[in-house]
Design a protein around this ligand. Sequence first.
Ligand code: PEP
Length: 251
Amino acid sequence: MSRTPIVAGNWKMNMHRNDGEALAAAVSAGADGLGCSVVLCPPAILISVVVGAVGERRIGVGGQDCHPNATGAHTGDISAGMLADARCGWVIVGHSERRTDHGETDAQVEVKASAALSAGLIAIVCVGETEAERDAGDADAVVERQVRGSLPDGASADTVVVAYEPVWAIGTGRTPTTDDIAAMHAHIRSILSDCLGGDAAAATRILYGGSVKPGNAEEIMALDGVDGALVGGASLKSDDFLAICRAASSR
Ligand code: PEP
């Protein structure tokens, strides 16, 4: 089953108008003709700047989170419909920083993902174990609970992407072994097969995230079952991010 790889850049709470605009313009120009889908997820306040900088190029723009409700009294939040209205096609849900900083549960991630689908967005659903959970031998069980608990009804290969991001690898410069990454991706695909059916599981993109850099991207992107990357720190430099996009394209 051939799956077009995706490389998504999560800018987190970084960039201001000028450097964000320049970064988006450089990435979209450099991504022209690559064999992967490229998505930029800037802070919400920069979405219109990034959409403008990307212009008509075929590069995606996404939010970093959305509220489960369509409208209402939710100060500081934005809805999936607002992201779609701002010309986003994607949204990250359940990032470990949301799960940790905002106490988001699988059930909350599931309703956010569901809202994303209702608004016509593709949901990038993040899962991943902490270091203590891995050390205790619980990584498979934790990730299984997260995948089963976070997948929205109606999920399909066209509407949902899973990002496996071990919490201890995010922003630390540490990564699991390639064997461990491949094994977890196979584990996730078998859970998806149980939840969505074999054909949908085979077509669903599973991204790896956690300290992906130009220096390790080729090795990680070449792994069986790895369909691209969710990139934090290295997405803030166009050269680094584009090197990762090229590695994903040539797998
Ligand atoms: C992330 O936050 O999704 C991430 C993968 O960060 P980094 O690439 O910096 O580890």
